[in-house]
Design a protein around this ligand. Structure first.
Ligand SMILES: [Fe+2]
Length: 411
């Protein structure tokens, strides 16, 4: 388990990627992975470790992510195997791991967290080659250390972990899975057991609906975006990618500012949004109000066949934001996007958006909010060379979000 097959000078596949049978070429296409020299990075990050959600009912959420999103249940911790106050289900799709946690005991700290924020992302856990190096760098750059490095051990081996605070009540756990040359061999972390799911996929269902996680957007308060960009620059050595300000993403009613930071190999990308002053309440303001502060807004799931993914998700009842026909009939859009791999009509039928930049194009679509509050949602993204985030679609997307905001009486 300790081999690190070098497939290029500077990028290794992660164990999660190897297990998911992904190769380097696919990952460059799917998530824009780039080569970089880790030896000069003050805070080396290998990639995502897991995205941890706190939800009102983890038992039902675990079923939803299997039945609607085609994820595979791989591990479990709960009262049956030593975790008294909550249940945690670990789900996988390709190289992504989601963990959904829900309180069992009324005294669990998750109860209060859920009361404040509703369903949402509590931990964007990152895999790192050396937890201690990261924590020392974070400390010297002034970050809040929520958990000092600690070793967790069970029959499958040892994991070294720490955690630092990011925006709102969100944290980055830092997970080192290779300790003293030995890779942890358990299904997730010490305390978790392999799960035997009773869920059976329908005949003909694809193996998975998405292969990797592309980016997670964070919404922060007015005037705080630069501060958080600075946090990722100074504390974690992330570099700035694209930048969108002002008119780029303003509609008649709402506006926001956004900047994107990424780790060295670009597996981990964080667009950070703040509301901008406009005629009416920004969608970011709506998020901040209903989440009760800053938090993760959307997770972009990478697929190599967005048409199939969207069709399968719709069949399971997943709802997407509507895109008006006018979007597809706009001659300016048609000339801007040029040739894409399928006829525009196929995209229009599904409401899939297209954007193109100097490097290529991307196809994307956004779900409606996942839970009861108008907060966290998913994006499905299929990249063809473009390393952007759909800047050309922001206006169409925001107008669509505003129509929904209006229906909720929050515009
Ligand atoms: Fe996005």
């Amino acid at each position: 388990m300790t081999d690190t097959t070098t497939t290029s000078d500077r990028i290794d596949l992660t164990d999660q990627e190897r297990d998911a049978e992904l190769d380097l070429h696919q990952l460059k296409q799917l998530v824009g992975l780039v080569e970089y020299d880790e030896s000069t990075d003050p805070f080396p990050v290998t990639g995502w470790d897991a995205i941890v959600f706190v939800v009102g009912n983890a038992t039902m959420a675990a079923h939803y992510y299997q039945s609607a999103w085609g994820m595979e249940l791989v591990a479990y911790a709960g009262p049956e195997n030593g975790t008294k106050d909550h249940k945690a289900f670990v789900l996988r799709s390709g190289s992504i791991r989601f963990v959904v946690k829900g309180a069992v005991s009324p005294d669990s700290p998750l109860v209060e967290h859920h009361a404040r924020h509703g369903d949402g992302v509590v931990d964007i856990a990152l895999e790192v080659p050396d937890v201690d190096v990261c924590v020392e760098q974070a400390r010297s750059a002034g970050a809040t250390i929520l958990q000092e490095p600690v070793e967790l051990t069970d029959d499958f081996g040892t994991v070294r972990m720490a955690a630092i605070a990011t925006y709102g009540e969100t944290r980055h756990s830092l997970v080192q899975r290779v300790v003293d040359g030995t890779t942890y061999a358990g299904p997730y972390l010490p305390g978790f057991q392999e799960a035997q799911s009773t869920f059976v996929k329908r005949d003909g269902a694809p193996k998975r609906l998405f292969q990797a996680l592309d980016h997670i957007v964070g919404n922060v308060e007015l005037g705080k975006m630069e501060e958080w960009v600075g946090f990722y620059n100074k504390v974690m050595g992330f570099t700035n990618m694209a930048e969108f300000i002002g008119d780029d993403i303003a509609t008649d009613y709402s506006a926001l500012m956004s900047k994107v930071v990424a780790n060295g190999n670009h597996r981990v990308k964080f667009p950070l949004n703040e509301p901008a002053v406009a005629k009416k309440k920004s969608q970011i303001d709506e998020y901040l109000e209903f989440y009760g502060g800053p938090g993760a807004q959307h997770l972009a799931l990478a697929t190599n066949d967005i048409l199939r993914t969207v069709d399968e998700l719709r069949r399971e009842g997943v709802e997407f934001l509507a895109t008006p026909d006018a979007y597809y009939e706009d001659p300016e859009l048609r000339s801007r996007i040029g040739e894409v791999r399928v006829p525009i009509e196929e995209l229009q039928r599904r409401g899939i958006l297209v954007d193109r930049d100097e490097d290529g194009y991307l196809l994307q679509i956004f779900t409606r909010p996942l839970g009861d509050r108008p907060t966290v949602f998913f994006e499905i993204i299929e990249r063809h060379g473009s390393l952007g985030f759909g800047k050309g679609n922001f206006k169409a997307l925001f107008e669509s979000i505003e129509r929904e905001q209006d229906k909720r009486g929050n515009l």
